[in-house]
Write a protein that binds this ligand. Structure first.
Ligand SMILES: *[C@@H]1O[C@H](CO)[C@@H](O)[C@H](O)[C@H]1NC(C)=O
Ligand SMILES: *[C@@H]1O[C@H](CO)[C@@H](O)[C@H](O)[C@H]1NC(C)=O
Ligand SMILES: *[C@@H]1O[C@H](CO)[C@@H](O)[C@H](O)[C@H]1NC(C)=O
Length: 404
């Protein structure tokens, strides 16, 4: 048995028994000598199970907490036929996990498989019992919620895109939270300064929950907003999203259903339907105390909604595993996250992938520094609505014209 699989099996057994036991969560301490930063394949049981109080930065991301993920190199994963794409096409519903029962591969599809004590506890909480806010059919108005330091990379791309959206009578709102400045007058991207919100909420790396909540509340003040999309300063818009949202208005999040610290997570760059956002806002005290864990913006939204979907049914609460934002977690010698498979969904992205870039690592995806129109065209023709990460000036003039 490969070492990685042995590790998985042993850990699964350990966690299954752990999951069966406690109603109350054990207070698990960090063991003396636990160093946190373990190399690939070296995660020990202690390092993984008892790391509840490790900070996110200490986590050995390549050997995720939980038996569920076992990240070797992408080449290894390809060789072992681990296929990412079905995750993004609703394989949650395909119910073929029986065929894989007993192997760690089964929970690739199932966010509820092999529950951790945390998952169990959350499912027992009052959160799942809160009655859903009924979904309403309404015209699409997307609110772009962007989190930046003091500027937006490739400002001209956003500016042109917003202008075009206006010409096309697309409704949108834009709200920018800028953590590095004291007010809109200090903003370094003048064409977008009008969207900077007053005031800011405290944040740090892997904890933008408070700013997220602040912008959700701001966007909800506009009664016409139907959806909200989380964005970064190094993202770009790839295509208009009104028609797909009209046809299919559900919340979409780019899940990592294997993650088990403390429960499945999703990339920060999600799209949320108004009523789902309202549920979080109306219950924000509960959310603040129970969902802000680990890398908060990755943990605080997806699984809590997923539990409510399981409780109430998809008609009443729906979160689909789909990625509105292209991010390349694949290309780099240390690339490892589950999200790396998204790259395969951009079948025309060869030119983009060979564009000048800094490689993905454990903690960061590929950063593109020079992208021409050929490279960008692949994205425009893909299923993605937004893309990251692009440095300031990375989108050439020629490429920018494609996005207008
Ligand atoms: C949540 O708890 C309920 C009742 O206790 C149970 O029937 C259900 O299967 C659990 N759901 C998940 C997703 O674990
Ligand atoms: C947008 O609305 C204006 C005014 O209602 C109309 O004149 C124009 O043709 C519309 N543009 C598009 C692209 O639908
Ligand atoms: C665009 O970039 C790709 C990737 O670097 C390169 O292969 C291609 O030749 C470039 N195209 C043009 C027109 O410069």
């Amino acid at each position: 048995m490969p070492r990685a699989l042995r590790f998985c099996t042993a850990l699964a057994a350990a966690l299954l028994s752990a999951a069966a036991l406690p109603r109350q969560l054990p207070a698990v301490g960090r063991r003396p000598g636990d160093q946190g930063a373990l190399a690939v394949g070296q995660a020990s049981h202690e390092g993984v199970i008892s790391d509840n109080d490790l900070s996110y930065d200490d986590l050995p991301l390549e050997a995720s907490a939980g038996f569920a993920r076992n990240c070797d190199s992408p080449l290894y994963a390809r060789a072992t036929d681990e296929v990412r794409s079905e995750l993004l096409k609703g394989a949650d519903n395909e119910g073929n996990s029986d065929a894989l029962a007993g192997s760690h591969e089964s929970d690739r599809h199932d966010p509820f498989a092999r529950p951790t004590p945390w998952m169990y506890k959350l499912n027992q909480s009052t959160w799942t019992e809160i009655p859903p806010i009924p979904y309403q059919d309404r015209p699409v108005k997307l609110a772009l919620l962007m989190f930046v330091k003091d500027s937006v990379n490739n400002e001209q791309v956003w500016h042109a895109w917003l202008k075009r959206a206006r010409q096309d009578n697309l409704s949108f709102g834009m709200y920018i939270h800028a953590h590095g400045i004291e007010g809109p007058s200090e903003f370094q991207s003048p064409k977008l300064a009008e969207y900077v919100v007053d005031g800011k909420a405290p944040s740090k790396w892997c904890d933008i929950w408070k700013p997220q909540m602040k912008l959700l509340m701001r966007a909800l003040q506009d009664p016409d907003v139907s959806h909200m999309q989380i964005l970064s300063e190094d993202s770009i818009p790839v295509k208009p999203m009104r028609d797909p949202l009209l046809a299919d208005p559900v919340t979409r999040m780019c899940a990592d259903n294997k993650w088990r610290k403390e429960w499945p997570r999703a990339e920060s760059w999600w799209l949320m339907r108004r009523e789902d956002a309202q549920t979080f806002v109306e219950n924000q005290d509960f959310a603040k105390h129970h969902f802000v864990r680990g890398c908060a913006e990755e943990q605080a939204w997806y699984f809590p909604l997923k539990l409510r979907e399981a409780r109430w049914g998809e008609e009443q609460v729906r979160v689909r595993n789909e990625c509105p934002m292209f991010t390349n977690w694949m290309d780099g010698p240390k690339a490892c996250k589950n999200w790396r498979w998204n790259v395969d969904l951009c079948t025309g992205c060869d030119a983009l992938r060979s564009s000048e870039h800094r490689p993905a690592g454990f903690m960061h995806p590929v950063v593109y520094t020079d992208v021409n129109s050929t490279a960008l065209r692949g994205l425009v023709e893909s299923q993605f609505w937004f893309a990251r990460k692009f440095t300031e000036g990375a989108i050439t003039e020629d490429a920018a014209r494609l996005l207008r």
